[in-house]
Design a protein around this ligand. Structure first.
Ligand code: ADP
Ligand code: MG
Length: 755
């Protein structure tokens, strides 16, 4: 490398970085960058010839080249990083040793690409400089000043203090650092530094304690909008920043463009390398957001390409009759279908009738009437002589659905059966399924786990999908390639996530409650006031109401100090036996469960003590109250599901959440629980409190964490556009390179979804 006339490499690098942080506007140096390089670094001139006339993107590349030149003296394009270099292990990055590499891996940074696409969690504005003479206590600012003195002292046995006096001609400022004695050697008197921190006042003197600092004009930590990265032990946010600053220039141009230019233009997306640069060196908040959204678009676009490739290939056949059976059923219902239900039925029946295989997600809050919609759809297929399988997560739900469906279908020429793990005469039933004498079969996992053979399976309906997870979905899908598939979910998963997890599904939404809005009052109440709750319960029971007491566990668990359901039932029955006390939990045999539910339906029992077996699907329309014990132990969406069991005819109902919130999370959860009663707000609150990992389980999280730039809360529009763009492109035939890239990034996801 040729470097002339006494300017140090550091100084040159500063100028180039300044040009970088100022957004490549050729204003880092008054003579212009090209001239500057001609004078001081002529060997690198070829890199910047014509800099002024270059496009933004080319300038960016040129600066990368200059920084590279300073590192290793090469202007040789062949030595610039190639696309595949991005996949090199992170230990190949400058400034990363073996130990550090292991720590970075814990943050998910395994390759160079991982590092350079690592998303900041926030931006901190450190661009506001102030003269010392004008500083005010309490403000966070940047200061540029010369070090006029450094001293070090020991305050106590354990505490040392390094203090630097900073001066800029307008005043003096103390900068102090505790327990970092090595700083005394790094801070050199006479040198100019930039410092950022909060101004305090001690004994009338201005002071800045433990400020961030760096040599003046370095512009990595101070003087710009600084990205703050998620850090971990042994890998500070600052360390990540310096790694990115050191490695980005060399690799920036290695990022390949996957989104066709026409689509990029249409949606005003930054090209890949520009977006990457802007993510780490944002000009302002908007440019950062622009970059993030551009990258999010790319992720969702590729994901969609990968998903659609498979599902597009799926052909099916028509599974509908004339519709007479369905119409008869609807006409006989004691109520009219809501508009949203009608719309969903239309969408489903259209799908059933098409030659393409149906993959549809029916989403609707608890109590929105999904079961009826499913049943109507089932009848459409049954009329065409196909069989329908309904899969539910628990046996009790299978039994309950079985009963209520049989009742609803009474008088229609449809044969219905329930198959669970403790069905008697199982072989006989399986025989009836395989010879086609059963039209509608309701069951749990048993339906897929045991070798049930269908005569002519046309439609599979999966209820309360969230309980199964995606894995089972693929199992049942594999049962017969031609079947149509309807999954129903009340888990209020935010729409972006729904669209992401169910990328290959169409979505029907029931956004309307059959009995108008629900009227449920939720009260969170401390353990110490439990007595008041049960006084209320007594009043209600006396007035003829009925309701639930829900407990987290069945057996006494010393460790968690939870009251066992059996014990609570015993306690309560001494007080409330005259109203009838029932008990239902997961360990009961299915006959006992059914008996318990029946007693509750017929009012022989008006207070039902239950574990979370009642969480999903149980439909007792006249229950008006629920006491949830140890509510802090339940997740937010579980609480919401539980509460969905009461007030089901639109009557006023009360939910008491008895809780001792010991963590901040629990407190937030309970606050959200009492504040919101619609699934969507609950889901959003849940996502905010817990993040997508916990909300969806680890496997889903593994999937979602591949979407690095996507903001699951806010990117619904990006999601829709990316999805649309991918579909349009696929119709014209997507290029192979797109598909390769989609599989490189999300391959294990596709494998897992088995799409
Ligand atoms: P979910 O969506 O939670 O599965 P369900 O299908 O169990 O909801 O329906 C909740 C209750 O509302 C049931 O008692 C059902 O009979 C009733 N229901 C469904 N649709 C209507 C409607 N259009 N009008 C009145 N009641 C309805
Ligand atoms: Mg339901």
């Amino acid at each position: 490398m040729q470097q002339e006339d006494g300017i140090t490499i550091d100084q040159l690098a500063k100028v180039f970085r300044l040009e970088q942080t100022r957004g490549f506007n050729d204003n880092a140096i008054t003579c212009g960058l090209e001239e500057f390089v001609r004078r001081h670094l002529s060997g690198a001139l070829p890199i910047v010839v014509g800099y002024q006339e270059k496009e933004h993107f080319e300038r960016q590349r040129a600066i990368g080249g200059l920084l590279q030149y300073l590192e290793d003296g090469t202007t040789d394009a062949a030595k610039m990083a190639k696309p595949e270099d991005l996949f090199l292990p992170i230990s190949n990055a400058r400034g990363v040793g073996g130990k550090r590499a292991a720590r970075l891996e814990k943050l998910g940074i395994v390759t160079i690409e991982d590092l350079l696409t690592y998303l900041p969690r926030a931006l901190e504005d450190r661009t506001q400089y102030k003269e010392i003479g004008r500083l005010r206590r309490g403000e966070s600012v940047s200061v540029r000043a010369r070090i006029s003195g450094v001293d070090q002292s020991r305050i106590s046995k354990r505490t040392t203090l390094v203090r630097a006096t900073l001066a800029d001609g307008t005043g003096f400022l103390y900068a102090t650092w505790f327990n970092q004695p090595w700083l005394a050697d790094q801070l050199r008197v006479g040198e100019e530094i930039d410092a950022y921190g909060k101004i305090e006042q001690h004994y009338g003197r201005l002071q800045i304690s433990s400020p961030v600092w760096e040599p003046a004009c370095e512009m990595t930590e101070i003087g710009r909008l600084v990205p703050i990265y998620p850090a971990a032990e042994g890998v500070s946010d600052r360390f990540i920043r310096s790694l990115i600053a050191r490695n980005l220039p060399a690799y920036e141009s290695a990022f390949q463009e996957f989104i066709p230019k026409t689509i990029r233009d249409e949606h005003r997306l930054l090209c890949k390398s520009e977006a990457i640069h802007m993510l780490h060196f944002p000009r302002d908040v908007n440019s950062f957001e622009h970059a993030r959204r551009s990258l999010a678009f790319e992720e969702l676009f590729l994901l969609q390409i990968g998903m659609s490739e498979h599902s597009h290939a799926l052909s099916g056949r028509s599974h509908v009759g004339q519709g007479a059976l369905m119409d008869t059923f609807i006409a006989r219902l004691p109520f009219r279908l809501t508009k949203a239900q009608q719309q969903s039925v239309r969408e489903i029946v259209t799908d059933l009738g098409s030659e393409r295989r149906m993959m549809r997600l029916l989403q609707g809050d608890v109590g929105s009437g999904k079961t009826i919609v499913a049943l109507v759809s089932a009848l459409a297929a049954i009329e065409a002589a196909y069989q329908v399988a309904v899969m539910v997560p628990t046996e009790i739900l299978a039994e309950q659905h079985g009963l209520s469906i049989q009742e609803l279908l009474a008088g229609l020429p449809v044969s219905v059966s329930v198959l669970t793990s403790d069905t008697k005469d199982k072989d006989e039933l399986k025989q009836a399924i395989s010879d086609g004498s059963i039209d509608l079969i309701i069951g749990t996992h048993a339906l897929i786990e045991e070798d049930v053979k269908f005569h002519a399976l046309g439609l599979v309906i999966i209820d309360e999908q969230h309980r199964f997870g995606v894995v089972q979905r693929s199992l049942i899908e594999n049962k017969d390639d031609d079947v149509d598939l309807l999954v129903m979910s009340a888990t209020p998963i935010p729409r972006t996530i729904a669209l992401t997890l169910y990328g290959e599904f169409e979505i029907s939404l029931i956004d309307e409650m059959p009995c108008g809005s629900r009227d449920i009052h939720t009260i969170c109440i401390a353990e110490t006031r439990r007595d008041e709750v049960y006084q209320d319960v007594e009043r209600r029971l006396e007035a003829g109401e009925k309701g639930y007491v829900v407990l987290p566990l069945v057996e006494e668990s010393e460790k968690l100090d939870l009251k066992a359901a059996t014990q609570v039932a015993r306690e309560l029955s001494s007080t409330f036996s005259r109203f009838g006390i029932g008990l239902i939990h997961g360990r009961l045999s299915s006959a006992d469960k059914q008996a318990a539910m029946k007693d509750f339906v017929t009012d022989r029992v008006r207070l039902l003590v239950a574990t979370t077996v009642i969480e999903v699907g149980i439909d007792i329309p006249d229950a008006t109250f629920m006491v949830i014990e140890h509510a802090e132990r339940f997740g937010l969406s579980q609480l919401h599901q539980l509460r969905g069991r009461i007030g089901r005819s639109g009557q006023r109902a009360t939910c008491y959440a008895v809780a001792e919130a010991r963590t901040e999370d629990a407190e937030q959860r309970l606050a959200a629980f009492s504040e919101y009663d619609d699934g969507f707000s609950i889901a959003e609150a849940d996502l905010l409190i817990r993040g997508p990992g916990d909300l969806l389980g680890t496997r889903q999280h593994g999937f979602l964490s591949k979407l690095r730039a996507v903001d699951l809360m806010r990117d619904i529009d990006v999601m829709k556009k990316a999805r649309q763009a991918a579909h349009t492109l696929l119709e014209d035939g997507a290029s192979a390179s797109l598909s390769v890239e989609a599989h490189r990034r999300f391959g294990d996801v596709f494998q897992w979804l088995q799409v």
